[in-house]
Design a protein around this ligand. Structure first.
Ligand code: HEM
Length: 392
């Protein structure tokens, strides 16, 4: 491969910039998106970047337009989530703080050893297509919703459509009867890093990925490289190339940091125990992950370990989501146990109730404030998109 000359480089850059003008969709919706109370960058390690709130507003508009297009592409009567639309299972669980949690980590939810929270855990596939076969490589999501907060514990933003979830949950036994109550959410994906350094880079990248014209399609890979850089492309490729046998035995990471006391931390979940022996999954079934989870939870429950990774150095970036905090530099500590009891979760009522749920990193106590540019943007975007999806 030859290295481009300066002139060729300038021509290529000019071409990308011209194509940029054709790339973005979402203009028709742009005016209706409001970004109120954009979060301050006042947590440990946070630095606000220029034009960040405006980028978030633009991204929310692109996602709304994308959702409308997907609804028509799939001839569906309701809007699925824009990201992680396919739930492989939505299960009842409990989340219990370990008796031996290190004293330095005892803040907020984790302040009291032995405290237990009823929870709903939604496992998902990342791809935008809610009907895609589970055997396809993809990122895998795990979103935990913890109920049982005390009256003095207030999430920083409330679930905007709680009442609808409650109505549907009426038909569902177990922890779904708590849907709509104030909750602390903990959201993870099956990879340790996300893909952008800043808000503007992400806006440019999804503007291309989502643009509905051939010129933008052509420019998308080059633009993605400009916007995310090699570490971002590496992270995106690794995230979306995972195949798994069982969502309950997969490892998950928060990807981006959160506050705990005066520190920034990331978190992760790994399997503790799975009933044995496990049957070999039949991957020709497009929904085999749901089948496998149903089989696992038919007779026996399972346990997963929740881990916290405190930041140990300023070189572990809070703002740049592409930078992994390596375990050898910043160890993870087990702090809680997630118990998923034996249950039947694969029912139509549960599927509907799960669709109506809304997870957000900002359904969080002040003590667990989401940190960094990606998380600040997510506040505005999840609020706008979650409400839009449920109204559609
Ligand atoms: C600026 C960056 C991001 C944007 C624009 C974005 C956007 C979204 C949107 C629009 C949804 C659907 C919300 C709804 O309709 O209720 C969603 C869901 C989700 N996102 Fe993100 N996201 C971002 C970053 C992340 C990161 C860093 C993670 C890493 C943990 C993540 C994990 C998830 C998961 C697991 C879900 C599904 C939650 C559920 O089960 O309901 N996202 N995201």
């Amino acid at each position: 491969m030859s290295i481009p000359t300066r002139r060729q480089g300038i021509t290529a850059l000019a071409a990308v910039l011209i194509l940029a003008a054709c790339a973005e969709t979402g203009d028709a919706y742009y005016a209706s998106i409001r970004i109120d109370n954009y979060p301050k960058a006042d947590g440990p390690g946070e630095v606000m970047s220029d034009g960040e709130a405006e980028s978030a507003r633009r991204i929310a508009a692109i996602i709304e337009a994308h959702l409308v297009r997907l609804k028509s592409d799939y001839h569906e009567t309701h809007l699925y989530r824009d990201a992680h639309p396919k739930a492989t299972g939505c299960v009842d669980a409990s989340f219990t703080i370990n008796a031996d949690i290190p004293p330095a980590l005892r803040h907020g939810l984790f302040a009291t050893p032995g405290r237990s929270f009823p929870a709903i855990v939604r496992f998902s596939n990342s791809n935008e297509n809610p009907f895609r076969a589970d055997s396809q490589p993809d990122g895998r999501g795990m979103a935990i919703k913890l109920f049982g907060l005390r009256p003095d514990e207030h999430p920083m933003t409330a679930d905007p459509q709680a009442s609808r979830a409650v109505t549907l949950a009426g038909a569902e036994p177990g922890n779904f009867s708590l849907a709509g109550q104030p909750a602390q959410d903990l959201i993870m994906i099956s990879h340790p890093t996300f893909l952008v350094a800043d808000a503007e880079g992400y806006r440019r990248m999804i503007g291309y990925a989502d643009a509905d014209n051939w010129m933008a399609d052509l420019a998308a890979p080059v633009a993605a490289l400009f916007a995310a850089g090699i570490p971002g492309i590496k992270s995106a490729t690794e995230t979306t190339s995972l195949t798994i046998d069982n969502p309950l035995s997969t490892r998950y990471w928060s990807m981006v940091p959160y506050q705990l006391g005066n520190s920034a931390v990331k978190f992760s979940v790994r399997l503790e125990s799975l009933p044995q022996p496990q049957a070999v999954p039949d991957k020709s079934d497009p929904n085999f992950l749901t089948r496998v989870m149903s089989e696992t939870l038919k007779k026996d429950g399972t346990r997963m370990t929740f881990l916290i990774q405190p930041r140990t150095s300023d070189t572990q970036s809070v703002e740049d989501s592409r930078i992994e905090w390596l375990e050898q530099d910043a160890p993870f500590y087990p702090v809680a146990t997630i118990t998923i009891p034996a249950q039947t979760f694969d029912t139509e009522g549960r599927r509907q109730a799960c669709e109506a749920l809304s997870y957000s990193p900002w359904h969080a106590l002040q003590e667990h404030k989401p940190l960094g540019a990606v998380n600040r943007m997510r506040k505005a975007i999840y609020e706008a998109i979650s409400a839009f999806r449920r109204e559609g």
